[in-house]
Design a protein around this ligand. Structure first.
Ligand code: GCV
Length: 663
């Protein structure tokens, strides 16, 4: 038997039923020579044969018992949307464009893989978000910044690698509706600065071509200092006419070589990266200059809002990193050109297990905006610990910003519904690498699948997505599928319980970000403090503290400003409170810390036991890989529990009411 080089994730089809028909394909308004349509039909063939045993007939072949998949172009279907309906005679798929047809095929596959017969297939939908993107933090030496699944499958030794894996990757992404991929780390350094030069054009074009086969546009992260680093100039001032002329000629060259390029993602003036601030210019000056240059080619500039002072003095209690995004970007709301999108992390800090929603989302009312989340588990367990993140993303999407009446959730804002703009959407820092299972932990693939599905349809529930992913990946009996689904759904809260308490975040080992170090970031330059002393803990971000609360619309500002109305899972993010503060549960703050950490560790053991109970129904290799991860997770959970509890016991001198062992 040929050795498996990599898994097929949720496209590893299991036989669902033994069908007795053969399939014919009929195209109406679409042509088989259209590349995305051709690939969609290939996917249908591959899947239907594996799922049902039914053959798809070639052009001249006939059969007495055939059914037909009819793919029709219908202009009334919204862009990238589709309508599929099964009958006794076959399935009709209607779409107005190729992407819609491709997604329609994957919808048929999904429905059959989840248990429907071909004649029962039925769905009519279109994407919630215009842009649904994956951001790779892959470096050209093959390493991945915050990667926990091996090395990059795009780059080895500063060369771009294109093989069967590249195509499979594009298929997986298309199957969940991803339509844009940024292929390199936002920290653009060294060889990556040369992606926009002859050194790499041919390979990038080849990659872009494979993506285009599956309806995906290729994007690149851009080095704002390119005029200096690759152009030999002494400035990258966005208002300098020579700099602008350099960019004009560079972008012309880029689009000559890469006509399908979607555009660029830019991290500027952040964590040591160059940007317009160096020249006394604004973020809008930088973004608009590039946007104007790229506009004739139909490209867009996605400009990140992750700008903050990373050389803060921990003694300084006035500067608040949480405020930075809003402080830097709100002032220029409306100044950004229409092919600029501001990409905003879900929280004001940095992908902690719990943060409030960034006040920039919806705080900006005249600027295209996009939500950035992270499925790479940087702060959420490195794809060792189980942490299904879709519930977290749902909370963010459902959050009411109060920016407009009736259409004020983050989902409304980034989809474009609130402001009527056509550019916006969701991006995820991806969790893949060249590990055999793509995501390190086999169960972390639920986040990869889930992000795409959610970005396409923000109405889907975390549970529904989990069920689909389980059915497609493992095809388990009902009871076992329920166990796995429950594991996924419990996992985020469990991770939260045994790690840092009540929204405070950052009690993590510096640099690597796995495992506890309660004071690891307390006396650092990163603006990440918990301010615990012998009496209490938390950051005062109220009107009497850093004033961060006031960046929200009134309803939220008032809610967060008062500990009595502040959601308790975030209370230490917004308030500095005594350990004796009484929570609504009737527990003191310190008792909550002890209880949640003991519970979290115990519940993590429950997850591991649940996994053990699935041994007979999960493929052996997969079972073993995940089991090894759970062993590590249990060690981690125990360290978190004991270090956090001991720290606060030693600080506060208050004993655990239940008399459990604290060190
Ligand atoms: C790509 C955090 C991470 C960095 C990352 C940065 C960002 O600070 O730790 O590795 O850099 O976010 O989002 O730009």
């Amino acid at each position: 038997m040929e050795e498996m080089k990599w898994t097929q994730l949720w496209l590893g089809y299991h036989k669902i039923y033994d069908g007795d028909s053969a399939w014919q394909i009929a195209l109406d308004g679409f042509g088989g020579e259209q590349r995305v349509i051709a690939n969609a039909l290939e996917e249908f063939k591959k899947a239907i044969e594996a799922l049902t045993g039914e053959k798809v007939l070639g052009g001249s072949e006939t059969a007495s018992n055939s059914k037909t998949l009819t793919v029709s172009k219908k202009d009334s279907i919204p862009a990238e949307g589709y309508k599929v309906s099964g009958t006794q005679e076959g399935i009709t798929l209607e779409a107005s464009d190729e992407r819609g047809a491709l997604y329609g095929v994957f919808s048929i596959i999904r429905q059959i893989a989840c248990g429907k017969r071909a004649n029962e297939v039925s769905e009519e939908t279109s994407p919630s978000n215009p842009l649904r993107m994956m951001n790779h933090w892959d470096n050209m030496d093959g390493s991945i910044e915050r990667g926990y699944s091996g090395e990059s499958f795009f780059y080895v030794n500063e060369e771009i690698v294109i093989d069967d894996r590249t195509r499979d990757y594009a298929r997986f992404m298309a199957s969940v509706g991803i339509n844009g991929i940024v292929i390199n780390n936002v920290n653009v350094k060294g060889a990556a600065s040369y992606l926009i030069t002859d050194r790499y054009f041919d390979k990038v074009a080849e990659l872009s071509d494979i993506f285009a086969d599956y309806g995906i546009s290729l994007y690149m992260s851009l080095n704002f200092a390119s005029p200096i680093e690759i152009g030999g100039m002494d400035s990258c001032d966005p208002l300098d006419k020579d700099v602008i002329a350099w960019w004009e000629s560079k972008i012309k060259e880029v689009y000559t070589k890469l006509p399908n390029l979607g555009g660029f993602l830019v991290k500027a003036d952040s964590e040591g990266r160059p940007g317009p601030f160096t020249y006394g210019r604004t973020q809008a000056d930088g973004a608009n200059m590039l946007a104007d240059v790229i506009k004739p080619y139909g490209g867009i500039i996605i400009w990140r809002c992750f700008v903050y002072n990373c050389t803060q003095d921990w003694r300084d209690r006035k500067t608040d990193r949480a405020r930075a995004g809003y402080d830097y970007f709100k002032e220029q709301d409306g100044a950004y050109h229409d092919n600029v999108i501001l990409q905003i992390k879900n929280g004001p800090m940095d992908f902690q297990i719990r943060e409030p929603v960034s006040p920039l989302l919806g705080g900006l009312t005249k600027t295209n905006q996009m939500l950035e989340v992270q499925i790479a588990q940087e702060y959420t367990g490195h794809q060792i610990d189980l942490c299904y993140l879709i519930p977290l993303f749902k909370e963010v999407l459902d959050f009411h910003t109060y920016c407009a009446e009736g259409k004020d959730t983050v989902a409304d804002v980034v989809s474009g519904r609130t402001m009527g703009n056509t550019l916006g959407g969701m991006a995820a820092v991806i969790n893949t690498g060249n590990d055999i299972n793509w995501t390190g932990n086999d169960l972390a693939a639920a986040n990869l699948y889930g992000f795409g599905r959610l970005a396409y349809d923000t109405e889907l529930s975390a549970e529904q997505i989990a069920k689909e992913w389980i059915a497609m990946t493992f095809r388990l009996p009902e009871k076992e599928a329920d166990i796995l689904c429950s594991m996924l759904l419990r996992s985020r809260e469990i991770y939260e319980k045994y790690s840092s308490p009540l929204g405070i975040g950052w009690m993590v080992t510096p640099n690597g970000h796995y495992g506890p170090s309660v004071d690891g970031y307390e006396y650092s330059r990163w603006g990440t403090y918990h301010r615990a002393d012998h009496l209490g803990i938390g950051v005062d971000r109220t009107d009497k503290g850093t004033g961060y609360c006031q960046q929200y619309y009134k309803e939220n500002a008032e809610m967060y400003n008062d500990p009595a109305t502040c959601p308790e899972e975030l209370i230490l993010f917004f308030h500095h409170l005594p350990y004796t503060y009484m929570l609504k549960t009737g527990k003191t703050l310190i008792q909550h810390i002890y209880d949640s950490h003991f519970e979290g560790e115990e519940e993590a053991r429950g997850l591991a036991a649940d996994w053990d109970s699935l041994e007979s129904v999960i493929p052996a290799e997969s079972f073993k890989r995940v089991k090894e991860r759970f062993d590590l997770q249990l060690y981690n959970a125990r360290e978190w529990r004991d270090q956090v509890n001991s720290y606060f016991y030693r600080k506060s001198g208050i004993a655990d009411e239940k008399g459990r062992t604290i060190y």
